[in-house]
Design a protein around this ligand. Structure first.
Ligand SMILES: NC(=O)c1ccc[n+]([C@@H]2O[C@H](COP(=O)([O-])OP(=O)(O)OC[C@H]3O[C@@H](n4cnc5c(N)ncnc54)[C@H](OP(=O)(O)O)[C@@H]3O)[C@@H](O)[C@H]2O)c1
Length: 199
């Protein structure tokens, strides 16, 4: 199965405006994730959802902007936002138009840079994941391409009670997919809505 978890604002943004190296989620983008890593212990509902995000995946696909490091030719000293031991602990396939050799990190994460588009990235991720699921980790452009191409099985939206007003809109350019709501889990910090995505 191919799934995507994404935190969004009530007005539909998955990142705030003016993303920068100091502010990878854009202005106020962090407010979308307080349910996941805010101050204090998480609610039982948020902890249950977080557990699902952190377990069970055998490979990930993400866009180059989520990996970071700026556009154009790679600065090979850039090794992602996550330090020496990224949380993925599995192969991660990064969509890009600029080739780069694989980057092996501590803890089981290797970043593979894929220039063949979403179908190529997904087939490599599926092969790496084996029996396990593949997670589309973001950002918006990557998620949109997966939905538009009919490659996403489930979308899990974590809707934070925040209005950003501008930024990176998640659900645009999708074609006409059918969404079937399969589960809702709520907490004061987010409404977690799980959709099956039809082709
Ligand atoms: N709210 C959440 O839960 C969440 C989750 C993940 C990320 N985010 C945020 O979302 C933002 C990034 O999202 P984004 O939509 O701007 O970008 P993105 O999807 O992360 O990356 C877009 C880039 O990936 C490469 N790419 C995408 N599709 C490609 C294809 N088919 N073939 C080749 N290369 C391809 C291109 O890079 P090049 O052409 O430059 O190589 C493109 O500019 C960040 O701020 C991140 O922190 C939020």
């Amino acid at each position: 199965m191919v799934t995507c978890h994404c935190s969004v604002s009530v007005d539909g943004y998955s990142a705030g405006p003016n993303q920068s190296p100091d502010n990878p989620l854009g202005e106020r983008g962090e407010e979308l994730h307080t349910w996941f890593h805010g101050e204090g212990p998480p609610s039982e509902a948020d902890a249950k959802v977080a557990e699902r995000i952190l377990a069970g995946y055998g490979a990930y696909v993400m866009g180059r902007k989520m990996f970071g490091g700026g556009p154009g030719d790679w600065d090979l000293s850039w090794r992602g936002w996550w330090g020496d031991t990224p949380p993925y602990r599995n192969p991660v396939f990064v969509l890009t138009h600029n080739e780069r050799p694989p980057l092996e990190m501590a803890g089981g994460t290797t970043f593979h840079f894929v220039t063949g588009g979403v179908e190529d990235a997904l087939s490599q991720a599926r092969a790496a994941a084996g029996e396990k699921n593949v997670s589309v980790a973001g950002g918006a452009s990557t998620v949109q391409q997966f939905i538009a191409a009919g490659l996403l099985d489930e979308l899990h939206l974590h809707i934070a009670p925040v209005v950003l007003g501008s930024g990176e809109r998640l659900l645009e350019n999708l074609g006409n997919p059918a969404f079937e709501q399969i589960e809702v889990i709520e907490s004061p910090k987010a409404t977690h809505v799980f959709y099956r995505v039809g082709r």
